[in-house]
Ligand binder design. Structure first.
Ligand code: R2B
Ligand code: URA
Length: 382
């Protein structure tokens, strides 16, 4: 083995040991906390808490039951606080398959395990619209394409967080996009979502009247996710920039290859160059509704998309599938790192002063993560 290979190997091993140690320490803290709660007579801190979401429909509390139709869940048949009360991260992406893969990936990255013979269960199978997987404190959902689809999912997930009394859940969309003047494969973390007129607002018609909701995203969350990118190690770039959200893939994104096209290549060039001059880094189809609905509920939200082509160079996606699936993992990788960091390296954690090895090893084999009592992964498996 060459010297540089050996250094790489030592470096990777040291990294893995560091990560495992952080997981074990977090598990030890969780265990110590549970033991303390038992000693104090099972006073669980969660009992009295309410969700931290704001500005929701005041009639929600009167809905008994509340049926989340598209998720195939209802408050009378599912105990929301018990099943979803520990959720801290809600990740969503376009397709059911991608989100199932992400669920398994995040499970491994945060040190959770299920029996090798079991599969994660699609919790919203009965709704037949979206897929939904729960991995300890992480929910992974598919949202379909476009603002109407993601908006239905978000209404129901936000109601779920409310009924489950979740505290400060973070919502993240991971997906694909068309880049503007960026190298294909670059990851773009959205600073603000804008519409085709470059307005930072999501417009909906309510009673036939236009209502605009601001589409800002959480700046500090975008920075935290960007910090999970390692420019020395990662073979791609990650940038923060504005995202244009279109309501279709073809004319709304100024493509020349749709079934209809009533503009010239020069008009397309002028529009895309205008976007580039306005710091727009990519175009996709869900960020407006995502940003507007999360911020209305006081939820920290981020949109992390890989650019699968540079729209300044063309419209058709010619990149081979194997390359596309590698690129699609990049947003997942950054978000999984962010989740792991938030769970295990939280300096503000009240328990972080817990002696490191008080219960060292005791929880190591359980595969349960911080804030997770090991019950959750089993409950979500098939
Ligand atoms: C990105 O890719 C999809 C269109 O191909 C759409 O859902 C989006 O935002
Ligand atoms: N998704 C989009 O919405 N547009 C693209 O160009 C690529 C992916």
């Amino acid at each position: 083995m060459s010297k540089s290979n050996c250094n790489d190997c030592t470096c990777r091993l040291a990294n893995e040991v560091g990560q495992l140690k952080a997981i074990v320490n977090a598990q030890s803290r969780t265990l110590a906390k549970l033991v303390r709660q038992m000693k104090e007579g099972c006073k669980k801190d969660e009992e009295a808490k309410e969700s931290t979401l704001c500005g929701l429909n005041p009639c929600l509390k009167c809905l008994q039951p509340d049926i989340l139709y598209h998720l195939g869940l209802s408050t009378d048949t599912t105990d929301f606080p018990k099943v979803f009360g520990d959720v801290r991260f809600v990740c969503m992406g376009g397709t059911p398959g991608r989100m199932e893969n992400f669920a398994y990936y995040v499970m491994q990255e945060i040190g959770l395990k299920i029996n090798a013979a079991t599969k994660l269960r699609n919790i919203s199978e009965a709704g037949q619209r979206f897929s939904l997987f729960k991995v300890g404190p992480v929910l992974c959902a598919s949202h379909g394409m476009g603002c109407p689809s993601i908006s239905i999912l978000l209404h129901e997930l936000i109601k779920m967080m409310y009924h489950a009394k979740c505290k400060d859940p973070v919502f993240i969309r991971i997906g694909t996009s068309g880049g503007i003047g960026v190298e294909p494969g670059t990851v773009i973390i959205t600073s603000e979502a804008i519409d085709g007129r470059l307005n930072p607002a999501h417009e909906i018609l309510v009673h036939g009247v236009s209502v605009q909701h601001a589409s800002q995203l959480d700046e500090s969350l975008a920075d935290e996710i960007k910090m999970c990118h390692d420019p020395c190690k990662d073979t791609y770039e990650a940038v923060i920039g504005r995202t244009l959200c279109a309501h279709d893939f073809y004319e709304g994104q100024s493509r020349l290859d749709g079934a209809f096209c009533e503009y010239t290549p020069e008009m397309k060039k002028t529009y895309l160059e205008q976007l580039q001059s306005q710091e727009v880094k990519n175009i996709e189809m869900e960020s407006l509704a995502f940003a507007a609905l999360t911020s209305r509920a006081n939820i920290r939200g981020a949109v992390v998309c890989v650019a699968i082509l540079n729209r300044l160079n063309g419209d058709q996606i010619k990149t081979p599938h194997e390359v596309l699936s590698k690129w699609e993992k990049r947003p997942q990788e950054l978000v999984a790192r962010y989740i792991r960091k938030s769970l295990y390296y939280n300096e503000n954690d009240d328990d972080s002063e817990q002696p490191e090895d008080e219960t060292e090893g005791a929880a190591a084999g359980t595969g349960a993560g911080a804030g997770d009592t090991q019950k959750a992964p089993a409950a979500e498996a098939e």
